[in-house]
Design a protein around this ligand. Structure first.
Ligand code: IMP
Length: 431
């Protein structure tokens, strides 16, 4: 299949980076299409850990073309740091391997300030954002006041543009939020520096994709965050500010829906969530603690401990629908070793009534109780398993059960953080 979109089916942190890195070996092009440096994809190669926030995970493979689409919001300081780190580790030999859409929006210093200020004003009701300025940057995009990557290519007019928008933001910062203003000249000087360092990566991602697909190249779209954090389909308002579902690959990179061949959803064998918001299958007990410790469930971007709970098959069925999933990949199955029995949420009960659909409103969702099913666990370590048949029978049964409940075939299972600790049942590019 030449064009595969890979998305998170839960609240992010499903281990997409590892699987993208694994399957990127067979792809020619890897594309980011939404989100920004709120994402953190942890990759482990030969015991070396690399965390990328903006650059597609395919960068660790030599010769892959990595594209950042128009749907991504870019913090140039973070991008520069990432390029330097990858270069220092020897992963960034050829500069032409990275292209950033002219149309991608920039995260500006005032976006970070507004993000943090708005969170602290919300007090108990805060969303628990990553504080990277993501929401305010997307808000400016929709308000049509954002700065875009192509503006960096026009250094003569850049300071003037920055001065105008900083004046407006300063009025809001000072008068509404009672925050100190930003120095427009400092911001302008900083961004002129980025213009020099990053201007060479700018390009027309949509056109490049058309050319690559025309030549029969294989393209992997790498989603960030997850379905339940989608601005429309997620647990609003405890969501991120972009569309994270598969359809966003079209708008976020400039391709048509008919070009997508396969949509792969990634889910952990259990569930995690960072930040605030409802989480019906959450475990606030020893089992939750154990999942956190065994699964290393601490944010790759912020280091925050992740909330942990059992798998939510009801949520996954919803994710199947809003993404049009053709395949499912299960990560961190090894983390469940030693837990017996394993519980799974199969439905939500609200005030004694079983819900047919995932509730749209926070009030109902926060009052939902999961309906559980129990499955037998196993004690064996799974990390050496390389085929489905080599998994202990209860682990095989667990995967088959998920497949049946969610209604999507499982294409791969991850049993450890290393690239090769992966069982592939159906390779997205080789089937
Ligand atoms: P923001 O994207 O920084 O605005 O944060 C909004 C919500 O999305 C918060 O609950 C964050 O914890 C969550 N979030 C954002 N990016 C990620 C991610 O990559 N993984 C998991 N959660 C995320």
């Amino acid at each position: 299949m030449p064009l595969v979109v890979l998305v998170g089916a839960q609240w992010g942190d499903e281990g997409k980076g590892k699987l993208v890195d694994h399957f990127a070996g067979e792809a020619d092009v890897v594309v980011r299409f939404q989100g920004g440096n709120n994402a953190g994809h942890t990759l482990v190669v030969d015991d070396d850990q690399v965390i990328v926030h903006l650059i597609p995970s395919g960068i660790l493979h030599p010769k892959k073309l990595c594209l950042i689409g128009n749907g991504v919001v870019i913090d140039p300081a973070v991008l520069c740091g990432e390029i330097e780190e990858l270069r220092a580790k020897g992963y960034f030999g050829d500069e032409k391997r990275l292209v950033i859409s002219f149309r991608a929006h920039l995260i500006m210093p005032y976006h970070r300030r507004l993000d943090l200020a708005s969170e602290s004003r919300k007090g108990e009701n805060k969303i628990g954002t990553t504080g990277r300025g993501i929401g305010p940057a997307y808000a400016d995009k929709m308000s049509r006041t954002g700065l875009r990557f192509h503006h960096l290519l026009d250094p003569e007019r850049l300071p003037e543009r920055i001065r105008a928008v900083v004046a407006e933001k300063n009025a809001f910062l000072e008068q509404v939020l009672e925050e100190p203003p930003l120095d427009a000249e400092e911001v302008a000087a900083e961004f002129l520096g980025y213009a020099q360092r990053l201007g060479g990566y700018a390009g027309d991602v949509s056109r490049i994709l058309e050319e690559e697909l025309g030549q029969g190249r294989k393209v992997l779209f790498e989603g960030a965050q997850g379905t339940m954090l989608d601005i429309d389909h997620g647990t609003y308002p405890f969501v991120t500010s972009s569309n994270t579902v598969a359809g966003a690959a079209c708008t976020g990179a400039g391709i048509g829906p008919r070009q997508i061949d396969q949509v792969v959803g990634i889910s952990k064998a259990y569930t995690t969530r960072v930040g605030g918001g409802p989480f019906p299958t959450e475990l606030k007990d020893e089992t939750g603690e154990r999942l956190r410790e065994r699964g290393g469930e601490y944010g790759a971007t912020t280091g925050r401990p992740r909330r942990c709970g059992w798998l939510d098959a009801f949520g996954l069925r919803y994710a199947r629908r809003v993404n049009g999933l053709t395949d499912l990949m299960i990560t961190k199955l090894d983390v469940l070793t030693g837990l017996n029995p394993i519980r799974v949420g199969v439905g939500y009960r609200h005030r004694g009534r079983m819900l047919e659909d995932y509730p749209p409103d926070l009030e109902t969702l926060s009052e939902c109780e999961p309906v559980w099913e129990e499955l037998p666990g196993w004690d064996e370590s799974l990390r050496a398993c390389r085929s489905f048949a080599s998994l202990p029978p209860p682990a095989q049964a667990y995967v088959k059960w998920i497949e049946q409940k969610v209604g999507v075939p499982v294409a791969a299972i991850s049993v450890g953080p290393e690239r090769e600790e992966t069982i592939v049942l159906r390779h997205p590019f080789l089937s």
